[in-house]
Design a binder for this molecule. Structure first.
Ligand code: DP6
Length: 349
């Protein structure tokens, strides 16, 4: 027999960035972060996990290709979930797994991303969140999403925020064992549903410096990162939470853009410097800044993760439609810029 569970998890985009760890193994951040989870229909990971007495080792396939599960991050997630497994029964098929059987049973995992892996579109976030969630369902783990977020965090820091929809805060926590480093939902997906997210896929190439090694180098060499983590981000987190509660788009835009720019500034302050944005990214920033200034009130916020792709958050459907028009005019896909497509992270336009 084989028992299977399939789950789908959207990716999330940080508006106040996580960059830098205080514990590399447990994945504990040096500052709190806030993100927005995308509509599950777009940019998501679908994972099927299966268990069978016929399986003689844990195995995983990512986008159809087998990958190794020997890395510490996968092992940490699998161990933490197995430790919380419970009895599972499928009466119709006469299958019964008791708690202690899970120690000797192996799982097969097949995961698909409907977007480019490791191109700065936070694929590890959706990937580990989905892995942990589907394994937890298969093994009848009874923990709430907060506890599961602390397990997903051990796969990839940003993954902990994908266990919830809407706006989510990853609280860095103080405990050495990471027990209080969890994600909490600030507001659900209905709270601010006028927002429309458009992603300009500037390049789907694999990034040169992974987030993991990039942030390690920043913490080791940047003179600015400590100031950012200790002095700037804590204030921004308070202001951002208030802006989200009040649906204050002007403050939201100011904080989102400033935090993206500061994250890329600390990357530049790293030795050797890390360049995630390219000329097209810079031109998109100028275009949005100019438009926002000419309108008087901001129409769109931009943010860039560890790659050149622009995540644009429009205040409503009208500004999203106007934004798309502008972008298509200035940055037609497949032009001399290496922009290849636009992804609309919301069903509404
Ligand atoms: C720029 O979560 O990918 O997207 O914890 O080492 O797996 P690891 O890093 P990761 O870093 C994400 C960095 C970021 C900002 C963010 O999502 O907050």
């Amino acid at each position: 027999w084989v028992l299977m569970v399939t789950a789908q998890t959207p990716t999330n985009i940080a508006v106040i960035k996580y960059w830098g760890k205080r514990d590399e193994n447990l994945i504990l951040a040096i500052n709190d972060s806030i993100s927005v989870t995308l509509d599950p229909a777009h940019l998501c990971t679908t994972t099927t996990v299966a268990v069978s007495p016929a399986f003689n080792q844990d195995r995983m396939w990512l986008n159809g290709k087998e990958i190794s599960l020997s890395g510490g991050r996968y092992q940490n997630c699998l161990r933490e979930i197995r430790a919380r497994a419970n009895d599972v029964e499928d009466e119709k098929r006469g299958i019964k797994i008791v708690k202690k059987d899970w120690e000797n049973l192996h799982v097969h995992i097949a995961s698909y991303n409907n977007f480019p892996t490791a191109a700065g579109l936070a694929s590890s976030a959706a990937g580990f969140a989905c892995l942990v969630y589907s394994l937890a369902k298969l093994m009848n783990v009874q923990e709430d999403n907060g506890k599961l977020s602390a397990i997903a965090r051990q796969g990839s820091g940003s993954a902990c925020r994908s266990l919830y929809g809407g706006f989510v805060k990853w609280v860095m926590g103080k405990e050495e064992n990471g027990s209080d480093s969890v994600a909490v939902q600030l507001v659900d997906e209905k709270h601010w549903d006028e927002l429309v997210i458009i992603i300009a896929v500037v390049s789907s190439r694999q990034k040169e410096t992974s987030s993991t090694s990039g942030m390690l180098e920043t913490v080791e060499t940047s003179a600015l990162i400590e100031h950012r983590a200790k002095e700037i981000v804590p204030k921004r987190i308070i202001q951002m939470e208030e802006a989200i509660q009040k649906r204050d788009f002007a403050t939201f835009t100011h904080l989102t853009c400033a935090d993206s720019n500061q994250f890329h500034a600390v990357c530049l302050d790293t030795s050797p410097p890390i360049f995630y944005m390219n000329d097209t990214s810079h031109r998109i920033i100028s275009c949005v800044e100019k438009w926002n200034r000419s309108e008087g009130t901001p129409q769109v916020a931009y943010t860039f993760d560890a790659g050149p792709n622009a995540v644009l958050i429009a205040r409503n459907r009208t500004s999203a439609a106007l934004l798309l028009q502008r972008l298509l005019f200035h940055f037609p896909p497949n032009s001399e810029t290496d922009l290849n497509s636009y992804v609309i992270g919301d069903k509404s336009i």
